[in-house]
Design a protein around this ligand. Structure first.
Ligand code: AMP
Ligand code: ZN
Length: 150
């Protein structure tokens, strides 16, 4: 692993280490979940790997698998407690995508009828069949090692 296990300047590392307060709802060997300090909706929770990586791009598969495995229990609990029928799970990866805390994490955002969240995103960008086929071929080539390892 090229990344340190924690970063002393990182707000999420400091929460994980108990150096600053947070309303933690789940603490496991590999991850911590706590309430977002500035929630989009009631019950907005962040699921955070204990190990410091700036974003999902850098997160090793083993950590992604361990942390991601907590999602079903976490979303069931959140929806049950805040009585939400639906939720969005979001990762903002990189500044252009809106990431502000550079310790990769999952947002669990419960959804309610009439809530102020603007979703879905605007789809409908036109692509030619040729362009789509080219992207498919390029992605299959890039993902061949992952397919072979699964
Ligand atoms: P992102 O924009 O995806 O990087 O999300 C970062 C999230 O962390 C935002 O939703 C913030 O409200 C939340 N956040 C920042 N500082 C804290 C903190 N000290 N405790 C809890 N949540 C925080
Ligand atoms: Zn960190």
């Amino acid at each position: 692993m090229t990344t340190q296990s924690h970063d002393s300047g990182c707000v999420f590392c400091r929460i994980i280490r108990g150096e600053i307060p947070a309303l933690k709802v789940l603490e496991t060997e590999h991850a911590v979940a706590f309430l977002d300090i500035n929630p989009i909706n009631v019950g907005h929770v962040l699921l955070v790997p204990r190990v410091h990586h700036a974003n999902l791009t850098e997160l090793p598969e083993v950590d992604a698998a361990r942390v991601g495995a907590l999602l079903p229990a976490l979303v069931r609990a959140v929806c049950s407690v805040v009585k939400a029928e639906a939720f969005n799970v979001v990762i903002n990866n990189g500044t252009l995508a809106g990431q502000t805390v550079f310790h990769g994490h999952w947002h669990i955002i419960p959804r309610f009828a009439g809530d102020p969240v603007h979703w879905p995103w605007p789809h409908g960008q036109k692509q030619t069949q040729e362009a789509l086929s080219q992207i498919q071929a390029d992605l299959r080539e890039a993902l061949a090692p992952a397919a072979a390892n699964d």
